[in-house]
Write a protein that binds this ligand. Structure first.
Ligand code: UDP
Ligand code: MG
Length: 316
């Protein structure tokens, strides 16, 4: 059984056409499936539209208590999906629902994870293209023993084994792209043309993207801390040599060097603060999201499959 999970935040303009296209495609699938919308605190008419769709059997909606962000909304979807496999798709029609049968085909043919990879970024601005390129370079440099494939969106199918692994991960800070790469398993990337957003606005401004990038680094790698330790050692030795030299000559002013070192230390403290902040979120053990209510009926499962229960601590 396949659960199609759609996170929605203020998508009322595009939802009717998205839902129509999705249902038309799902009708053609030969496997058992359900549709699970996650309303991530929308303030437009999204919830009432979803309420209407949930009158159809096989369509449910998790209504979160407020906007928690897409990563948290995806965790809610993972927790409550009844299927053995989960397929994430955006509501704005940038990910064509018509590609779902192809993804299912690759899953049934043996791939544990089917990632959809955008063929080109021609629809993006040049600044977004350059920053995305640098971002993936940095990610792959930081991530030790696994690759974060470039230009892979959240449009993906996750099969039973990686799904169970993802659900068992205890961490609060979620960076799905990195976690999926970390999992390993038999993964395939299928190229696709990502359409421009059909209606409404993107929720990701430059600041939100920088924030996501920093969270990604903090979640994936301790390398920056190690670099800082090594650099500190080099600077410590260099300073020692300089001071010994100063003592013998005692002519050159040292305050420029001290300013440089102070700036370096400030950078290090800021970096340690970021990691400490990330650790704090983990230690606090706060739920990733809160559920207000669940709309629609739980799907009837075929006899031969067995459900993976959602994590108990996040059910409210
Ligand atoms: N989304 C969400 N919560 C948020 C932001 C976005 O559930 O806080 C959903 C949004 O409704 C859409 C998907 O995540 O279905 C992708 O968002 P968007 O199109 O804004 O991102 P972009 O495609 O620009 O990266
Ligand atoms: Mg989009």
């Amino acid at each position: 059984m396949l659960s199609v999970v759609i996170c929605c935040y203020n998508e009322a303009k595009v939802l009717p056409i998205f839902h129509k296209r999705l249902m038309a495609v799902l009708k053609t699938l030969s496997i058992h499936h359900e549709v699970l919308y996650v309303n991530d605190g929308s303030r437009d008419g999204t919830l009432s539209l979803l309420d209407g769709y949930c009158q159809t059997p096989g369509v449910r909606c998790l209504n979160l208590s407020r906007n928690f962000g897409k990563e948290a909304a995806m965790v809610a979807g993972l927790d409550y999906a009844a299927g053995n496999a989960v397929l994430f798709i955006d509501a704005d029609l940038q990910d064509p629902p018509e590609l779902i049968p192809l993804m299912v085909h690759h899953w049934l043919a043996g791939s544990d994870i089917v990632n959809m990879q955008r063929r080109s970024r021609l629809s993006d601005t040049s600044s977004k293209r350059i920053s995305a390129h640098l971002y993936y370079k940095l990610m792959n440099f930081l991530a030790d023993k696994f690759d974060v494939p470039a230009d892979v969106s959240d449009f993906r199918l996750i099969g039973p084994a990686p799904l169970a692994a993802l659900r068992a991960m205890p961490e609060r800070t979620r960076f799905m792209k990195g976690l999926i790469s970390w999992l390993g398993f038999n993964t395939i990337e299928l190229p696709y043309d990502r359409e421009p957003r059909s209606a409404g606005l993107s929720k990701w401004g430059p600041l939100a993207l920088i924030d996501l990038g920093i969270e990604g680094v903090l979640a994936l790698s301790r390398k920056p801390l190690r670099w800082f330790s090594l650099l500190s050692l080099v600077i410590f030795v260099a300073t020692l040599v300089f001071l010994i030299h100063q003592m013998s000559v005692s002519t050159v002013s040292s305050h420029h060097v001290i300013m440089g070192i102070a700036a370096f230390i400030a950078l290090g403290i800021a970096m340690i603060g970021e990691y400490l902040g990330a650790t704090l979120s983990e230690v606090r053990q706060r739920p990733i999201y809160l559920l207000n209510n669940l709309l629609g009926e739980a799907p009837k499962r075929p006899e031969h499959t067995c459900p993976t229960p959602p994590r108990e601590q996040e059910k409210h």
